[in-house]
Ligand binder design. Structure first.
Ligand code: EPZ
Length: 446
């Protein structure tokens, strides 16, 4: 009797390619904003409501991390009700943090609220080592004593005051997470903190607006210099997460790669300037139908070059999806990944589908081919899994995608949304006992 591997027993996505899509997609709230806003809710000891929260495995896991700290969290529809008044535990459980890098962002709020935080190092993942030195050095500049022992970051505020001090901090790299950690920590510090060379991503701005709605004093979010004046405490908030710009970009590419016209809403078009410009260079037009609704009108795709950069440059989270599109574009393209050191896991899988991609370090040279063919492939990380779905939609024949736990971390019902557009896509359950989506951790519902 042959024993199948865990990957083989888990659910897979089956996609029959070559079908045009049509219709409108409803975009969910942004994963990379919802997760950090959940961390930010620790800053206040009153009720917080966060709306437009996507249904994702990562959101469920972040909910478990907060619950482990003594936070009461319930979900009703698309809203999270969070009550951190009884925040008591300063140590986050390793088995949860190791599964969700974003949970490391709680270190800033925890330290600011309790004066102590013990967070396991999140460790690396498929796309890179993911160090946290910028977070640590920034907290040290604010007066925290931070030691890393046995894989855990021990941070505490020495002395009786138990409050961080405002500081002028230059970030060697405009790290999104470090900017968010330090901005949150600074909201309750004594004095003024200036973050220089700060990240400018829309999710950073969303977090700043969330904190300001709780009474924080923050200015300059969205630029490379953010100034935070500490306040004694923060209060209740009811806040809606911005739309997910990476989900929007993924569906725009779905339209381009299947030569289909699609409408997407709600969208903040300004969050996608680089993505829309690149789609135009490749041959697809993106029209703003209303202030928060986009429509893609595809054209014949031609090769172009892409270099991923911190915002407002081309987003690394759209690199894999655009590579899928460029495999079918006329001519050669070069993609350079400058943000993460190992974000090319999707190349080998796309080549299994007949793509012609060669990599050298963080460069990929893509030679357009007339068609892709369906094949069994394995997703290596979240955005690679989205790229394989997009390739499967355009390929001739059937594509079977394993590794759906990656996809379920970051997309809210991607296959359901694609099905509504006419895609031939279905989730095929593995053997009995295989982990399926229904077994994902579920937050208590109110
Ligand atoms: C956030 O990760 C996003 N995740 C990522 O989205 C996104 O790709 C990334 O920002 C860049 O936009 C969340 O918001 C939960 P970084 P983050 O700190 O904060 C180096 C997705 O697919 N670095 O800006 O971890 C780091 O190694 C995910 O949705 C340090 O060297 O990204 C990387 O090379 C993937 N030291 C670069 O900076 C540090 O202390 C960018 O990382 C921190 C980061």
């Amino acid at each position: 009797m042959t024993h199948s591997s865990p990957e083989e027993r888990s659910p897979v996505l089956e996609i029959i390619g070559g079908h045009r899509l049509s219709g409108e997609v409803r975009i969910s709230g942004a994963k990379n904003s919802a997760l950090v806003l959940m961390a930010g809710s620790l800053l206040c000891s009153q009720d917080c409501r966060i709306r437009n929260v996507p249904s994702l495995a990562d959101v469920a896991r972040m909910g478990e991390v907060l619950s482990a700290l003594g936070v009461k969290i319930t979900r009703s529809e698309d809203a999270l009700e969070i009550d951190a008044r009884h925040l008591s535990q300063s140590k986050a459980p390793y088995e949860l943090v190791s599964q969700l890098r974003a949970s490391f962002f709680i270190i800033g709020p925890l330290l600011a609220r309790l004066g102590i935080a013990r967070i396991p190092l999140p460790g690396g993942c498929a796309i890179g080592a993911r160090p946290v030195d910028l977070h640590v050095r920034g907290l040290q500049a604010m007066g925290a004593d931070v030691q890393i022992e046995h894989g855990t970051v021990h941070a505490c505020i020495p002395g009786v005051n138990r409050r961080l001090k405002g500081a002028r901090i230059y970030l060697d790299y405009p790290s999104v997470g470090a900017t968010e950690t330090l901005m949150m920590a600074a909201t309750l510090a004594d004095g003024e903190t200036i973050l220089e060379n700060a990240a400018q991503e829309p999710e950073v701005v969303d977090l700043a607006n969330f904190c300001r709605a709780m009474g924080a004093r923050i200015r300059g979010a969205g630029t490379n210099t953010i100034v935070i004046s500490g306040v004694p405490s923060l209060h209740s908030v009811d806040y809606a997460v911005i739309p997910d710009r990476v989900e929007v970009g993924t569906f725009l590419v779905a339209g381009a790669i299947t030569q289909s016209e699609l409408s997407l809403a709600p969208v903040v078009p300004d969050h996608l300037t680089a993505v829309i410009a690149k789609l135009g260079a490749i041959g697809s037009e993106v029209i703003q139908e209303t202030p928060n609704r986009l429509r893609i009108v595809p054209g014949a795709s031609r090769g172009t070059d892409i270099e991923t950069l911190p915002y407002p440059g081309f987003p690394t989270d759209m690199q894999a999806q655009f590579m899928a599109l460029l495999t079918l574009s006329e001519g050669d393209s070069i993609i350079t990944e400058t943000v993460f050191e190992n974000r090319m896991g999707h190349v080998a899988e796309l080549n299994r589908m007949g793509a012609d991609i060669r990599t050298k370090g963080n460069h990929a040279v893509i030679r357009g081919v007339p068609f892709l063919t369906g094949a069994p492939v394995v997703a290596t990380d979240l955005r690679a899994s989205a790229a394989l779905v997009l390739a499967g939609l355009a390929a001739r024949g059937t594509t079977i995608i394993q590794g759906l736990h990656h996809l379920d971390r970051g997309y809210d019902d991607l296959e359901g949304k694609l099905k509504l557009l006419g895609a031939q896509i279905r989730r095929v359950k593995g053997d009995a006992g295989a982990e399926s989506v229904s077994s994902l951790p579920v937050m208590p519902r109110s």
